[in-house]
Design a binder for this molecule. Structure first.
Ligand code: NAI
Ligand code: MG
Length: 363
């Protein structure tokens, strides 16, 4: 029995976010029931285009006060490009959370699930099972730079990469600890020190330094170009892969793409210090093309909830949720699975099947 209550702010957002969120919550509640967890959900209607229509902004002015006291934000998807331009809806909501709550880790599992057609040849579940840890606050995505003499022959454009010791060390520490917690205890670092000859050697230097504190973790590094090839050609090599903001961005799309459909991939934006809430969300967006039809795959949302439990150390409950997702993916059948995975089911049949499997206490 867990004594702590996990306080979760629920922000469903737009489009299919609103359709998959109820199943995420129901599956979490099922896990809470079986494993005696105390989860408290509070729903918010902001960070949505509906809210924008009413208030002319994506968030209320006091959003930070309203959300700071939560342990986690459980987030659906934001964006309805026909109503609000994407840069306004995304920058006005999700990116505010990531930045203001200093969610300096972006974490994505790259795991080949049973029942999912792998785009890579001859791979079966178990062959691909690793994590991608992306630095989420600095690096190549900086606002340091500018443009001079625009529109003339002397036009100059500069954008600097910013790496701080604090920023680099904290993401490496997280990645090393994650590797240490896994059976394979292996960490791969993405670099490009042959081309980006100042910041990337620095990144490598910090990896070497940090590895001194984690002697039981084996470490290797690859230049980003060949690393992308290895993701495709020998994904079984990897256990935890850590990269700067840009490299991590690329790898965290490529990795999950190597393991199947966007409808099932989850992601965590994590502040490991706990000073501010972390955010867990499906990788997919609001899918305006299928919204309102009740056919969205709810697994990305449910799996994001599973990641949230895992992050907070609810090992048994999170393992059981993952197992239930796997069970339904592999044995749910055509009538249960949604169309994006080749089935005839809908959000309800799929979500309900996972919920029931969790309630059945599946191990
Ligand atoms: P999207 O992920 O919403 O959709 C891409 C394609 O995948 C669509 O054909 C969609 O029907 C399909 N798809 C996505 N999730 C699915 C699911 N669960 N089940 C079945 N099919 C699914 O990306 P898109 O179309 O580029 O963006 C749509 C809106 O979502 C935009 O406003 C965009 O800014 C926003 N967006 C928001 C994100 C977030 O909140 N984190 C992430 C990505 C996009
Ligand atoms: Mg991306």
């Amino acid at each position: 029995m867990s004594t702590k209550t996990l306080k979760i702010a629920v922000i469903a957002g737009d489009g299919i976010g609103l359709e998959v969120m109820p199943w995420g919550i129901r599956c979490l509640q099922a896990a809470a029931k079986i494993y005696n967890l105390s989860l408290e959900f509070s729903e918010f209607d902001f960070a949505s285009c509906e809210y924008y229509k009413k208030h002319g902004k994506m968030l209320p002015d006091d959003w930070k006060e309203q959300l700071s006291g939560f342990d986690a934000l459980y987030f659906g998807a934001v964006g309805l490009p026909d109503v609000v331009p994407d840069h306004v809806s995304l920058w006005g909501s999700l990116l505010q959370f990531r930045r203001e709550f200093d969610q300096y880790i972006n974490l994505r599992p790259c795991r080949l699930m049973p029942g999912v057609r792998c785009p890579l040849a001859n791979r079966k579940p178990g062959d691909i099972d690793f994590w991608i840890v992306r630095e989420n606050t600095e690096g190549e995505y900086s606002s340091v730079g500018g443009k001079m003499f625009p529109g003339t022959d002397r036009e100059i454009v500069i954008q600097e990469t910013v790496m701080t010791r604090t920023g680099v060390d904290r993401v490496l520490k997280y990645a090393f600890e994650l590797a240490q917690s896994r059976p394979k205890k292996h960490l791969t670092s993405a670099t490009k020190s042959n081309g980006i000859a100042i910041t990337m050697p620095y990144w490598d230097e910090r990896v070497a330094e940090m590895s001194q504190s984690y002697k039981d973790v084996s470490v290797d590094k690859f230049h980003i170009d060949i690393l992308t090839a290895h993701f495709v050609q020998r994904p079984n090599h990897f256990d935890v892969v850590v990269g700067s903001n840009l490299f991590g961005d690329i790898l965290s799309d490529l990795g999950p793409a190597c393991t199947g459909t966007i409808g099932i991939a989850p992601s965590g934006n994590i502040n490991p210090t706990g000073k501010f809430p972390s955010l867990f969300e499906p990788v997919h967006g609001s899918a305006p093309d299928i919204m309102g039809k009740g056919i969205a795959n709810p697994v990305g949302m449910i799996w994001a909830g599973q990641m949230m439990l895992e992050h907070f150390g609810y090992k048994e409950a999170s393992a059981a949720m993952l197992k239930s997702i796997e069970n339904v993916l592999s044995k749910g059948g055509d009538a249960v699975i949604t169309g994006d995975m080749g089935g005839r089911g809908n959000t309800k049949t799929f979500g309900e099947a996972v919920e029931q499997d969790i309630l059945a206490g599946s191990k």
